[in-house]
Design a binder for this molecule. Structure first.
Ligand SMILES: [Zn+2]
Length: 450
């Protein structure tokens, strides 16, 4: 009897231990399955640490950006296609974390999370992007030697037509490993916004002040707040919001921000996506940041015209441009158009998705008109042939003695060519110079698609 009890106890303990072990294995394989399968030693999809056996990545015109040939993963044979689309498609070693090759490796290889099986034998799945290799090439060439980012999307459908990050590199050549080069600046960086932030202050004013369009402020080469001077490049005298935006008057927007108050400005910045990450095809971007808590009055003035501690992410800004163009509610950008199996069966496609109403239709349309006036009266329509651009420049101060970053953000007003854009060129000086030129060249190329 005693013997039986001991045997039963042993069996019971064994069963419990076995169950715990089985449960742990199931749990770990579910939570780590992806990591185990994508581990470079897995020869099904990796060879010498490089992903193989994955489907094609093509641009919107079907141009091959990445493919597998004789068990080797290869890029486009065209140099500019290769380097200008690299951050979007990613490298095959996984250094560019936000690239499709890394973020969507399971889709490309045909890995199924539930069954753990690959359709890699048949070559994985093909991913068609909305990006145009040609427009990307134009944008990268236009940026020249400047570091920075260019993004263009269709604000009616959400298709990203252009996403470029510079510096880039040729993935077929050996390079000196430098972390900065792997970063997609369009998704993973944030910059001081300079005067482009005046658009955010303008939205807060149009949403909350009854007299936003008629109230005036005085500019005498700037304004004085609590004994400290906020400078402006000209003596603009008395101005309305419309004129102040067109002339980018610092004195106007700093006084407006102070009258709005930190709480209101913070509330609208947060509503527009600051302090939370934008996403594209499930890839998280760096969040734009602004913190106006316990701020001095004069610093609130600086913040209202874009020269405080605020930092802006290009993708997040592109969505705000989309919202202004689209009556206060943005279409969310995406870059994966469709996924098909090697046999040509479509297993996924993107569809148009909207943000919530970020601000009213009335505010959007008033600001659209002001941005249109800014271009026609200040920058000149002749600089954007065939387009009706609504935009704002930014010249973002960095550190003393260092050339500021150059911004140009906005959209084309015509519905038949609904393009919104964000250009930032690092240390390139005034926004009306380099960034404006890059924007026009890129938009002229994108226009050809319509
Ligand atoms: Zn001024």
């Amino acid at each position: 009897m005693k013997q039986m009890s001991l045997r039963s106890l042993f069996l019971l303990l064994f069963t419990v231990a076995f169950s715990i072990g089985l449960f742990a294995l199931c749990y770990l394989s579910f939570t780590n399955g992806d990591a185990w399968t994508s581990f470079p030693a897995n020869r099904h999809i990796y060879k010498n640490g490089v992903i193989v056996n994955a489907g094609d990545i093509t641009d919107r015109d079907g141009k091959i950006l990445a493919t597998t040939e004789n068990g080797e993963r290869i890029y486009s044979p065209d140099f500019y296609t290769r380097v200008s689309t690299l951050h979007a498609i990613g490298d095959f070693k996984g250094f560019i974390k936000t690239g499709i090759s890394t973020s969507h490796w399971d889709t490309l290889t045909g890995y199924n999370r539930a069954t753990g099986l690959f359709s890699a034998k048949s070559g994985g799945n093909n991913v068609k992007l909305t990006i145009s290799a040609e427009v990307n090439t134009t944008a990268l060439k236009a940026l020249g030697n400047y570091s920075g980012a260019v993004g263009v999307y269709n604000y009616k459908t959400g298709e990203m037509l252009c996403m470029v990050s510079s510096p880039t590199y040729d993935p077929t050549k050996d390079i000196n490993e430098d972390e900065g080069i792997y970063m997609n600046r369009f998704l993973s960086s944030s910059y001081p916004p300079g005067s482009t932030f005046k658009l955010i202050t303008a939205i807060a004013a149009l949403e909350t002040l009854d007299d936003a369009e008629t109230r005036t402020y005085f500019c005498d080469h700037g304004t004085t707040v609590d004994g400290e001077i906020i400078t402006c490049m000209s003596k603009h005298s008395e101005m309305t919001l419309r004129e102040a935006l067109a002339k980018s008057c610092n004195a106007y927007f700093s006084q407006l921000a102070i009258d709005l108050g930190a709480e209101t400005l913070q509330k609208y910045a947060d509503k527009l996506g600051f302090n939370s990450s934008a996403e594209i095809d499930g890839i998280k971007a760096k969040a734009s940041r602004i913190d106006l808590s316990n701020i001095r009055k004069v610093d609130l003035g600086w913040a209202g015209m874009g020269q405080y501690t605020d930092l802006v992410n290009p993708l997040s800004y592109l969505t705000i441009m989309g919202a202004i163009a689209n009556e206060g509610r943005a279409v969310k950008p995406y870059m994966i158009e469709s996924v098909t199996t090697a046999d040509g069966i479509k297993i996924g496609s993107s569809s148009t998705d909207y943000t919530s109403q970020l601000f009213s239709k009335t505010t959007a349309n008033k600001l659209k008109e002001m941005m249109r006036y800014t271009v026609s009266s200040t920058y000149g329509d002749h600089r954007f042939p065939g387009l009706s651009i609504c935009a704002k420049t930014g010249t973002a101060e960095v550190d003393d003695g260092i050339t500021p970053h150059s911004w140009f953000v906005g959209f084309n007003m015509n519905d038949d060519c609904p393009l919104a854009f964000v250009v930032v060129a690092e240390n390139a000086g005034a926004g009306v110079g380099v960034a404006r030129t890059v924007a026009n060249k890129t938009l002229q190329a994108a226009k050809e698609l319509y």
